[in-house]
Design a protein around this ligand. Structure first.
Ligand code: SAM
Length: 280
């Protein structure tokens, strides 16, 4: 296949800059640039968007994003050893790549980007879920990003898109499906990465909806859902007892059965319950 850019192959980049993978930083690198370009394309049209990338590492996905026409990429990388490799990419795409040597959990990323903003990342597994929850719970909606295209462990990806009645359905599914539309766009075997992790991975694409699907106060919904799934084996009337003495009446008023379990309640049901709880 044709090279996506004129920069050296990633194996050479890693050897030149001695980027031995560090487990503590969740470093499993993608070295196939045709694959990283494919992941970049799964984020939709990149021309005319600024991209936030978390954890560029040696820059495989970064190069895919730039080759696929991203207007600008802002990449947050915690490991300073990666900076020289990323500087070579900046030099090949003048003015289009800004690298922040920082912890993605600490940075005010929005200050560095101009909308429309897409987030695309092969996330470090240790902070992936935390970052997703933060992106899904901004101060106001619609959020500053228009879409998230993120690599997760396959099991986490399945939890994000899970439907009621399945074991994978929980807080992450409700959070992701209430005011966004998530779908799995690609699954990858361990061998796609260097070094190979123990698990399979999947890319999830999440479009932000202009409005939530159902009305609810975000904080109340979050609290109700967390309480319900905290004891997912119990019936709602028992699991939700911490929400107040009259919770059984609220459950009925929301059109739910007190004998249902959290994993049977659709997003709409949780929103109705959050409205009842907020009103009581
Ligand atoms: N994007 C590269 C690729 O696809 O080959 C590397 C992906 S690797 C799974 C995750 C990257 O995130 C590593 O480069 C690691 O150093 C970086 N990282 C880990 N924790 C981070 C954090 N808290 N903030 C920013 N980057 C982090």
């Amino acid at each position: 296949m044709a090279a996506i850019d004129s920069l050296p192959p990633l194996r050479d980049v890693i050897a030149t800059h001695e980027l031995s993978a560090k487990k503590a930083l969740g470093q499993n690198f993608l070295l196939d640039l045709n694959l990283t370009a494919k992941i970049a394309r799964s984020a939709g049209t990149l021309t005319g968007s600024d991209i936030l990338e978390v954890g560029p590492g040696p820059g495989g996905l970064t190069r895919g994003l730039l080759a696929e026409g991203a207007r600008r990429v802002v990449a947050i990388e915690k490991d300073p050893r990666c900076l020289p490799a990323l500087a070579e990419i900046s030099a090949a795409y003048p003015g289009q790549l800004e690298v922040l040597n920082d912890d993605a959990l600490e940075v005010d990323w929005a200050a560095h980007l101009t909308p429309p903003i897409k987030v695309v990342a092969n996330l470090p597994y240790n902070v992936g879920t935390e970052l997703l929850v933060r992106w899904l719970t901004p101060k106001s909606w619609p959020p500053q990003w228009s879409s998230l295209t993120l690599m997760f462990q396959k099991e986490v990806a399945e939890r994000i898109v899970a439907k009621p009645g399945s074991k994978a359905y929980g807080r992450l599914a409700v959070l992701a499906q209430w005011r966004a539309a998530p779908r799995i766009v690609l699954t990858l075997p361990p061998e796609a990465f260097t070094p190979p992790p123990k698990i399979h991975s999947a890319v999830v694409h999440i479009d932000a909806l202009a409005e939530p699907r159902f009305a609810a106060d975000p904080k109340t919904l979050s609290h109700v859902v967390a309480t319900a799934f905290n004891q997912r084996r119990k019936m709602l009337r028992a699991a939700l007892k911490p929400l107040g003495k009259d919770i059984e009446d609220r459950i009925v008023a929301a059109g739910l059965k007190p004998t249902d379990r959290a994993e049977q309640v659709p997003v709409e049901g949780f929103c109705a319950l959050a409205r009842e709880v907020a009103a009581s």
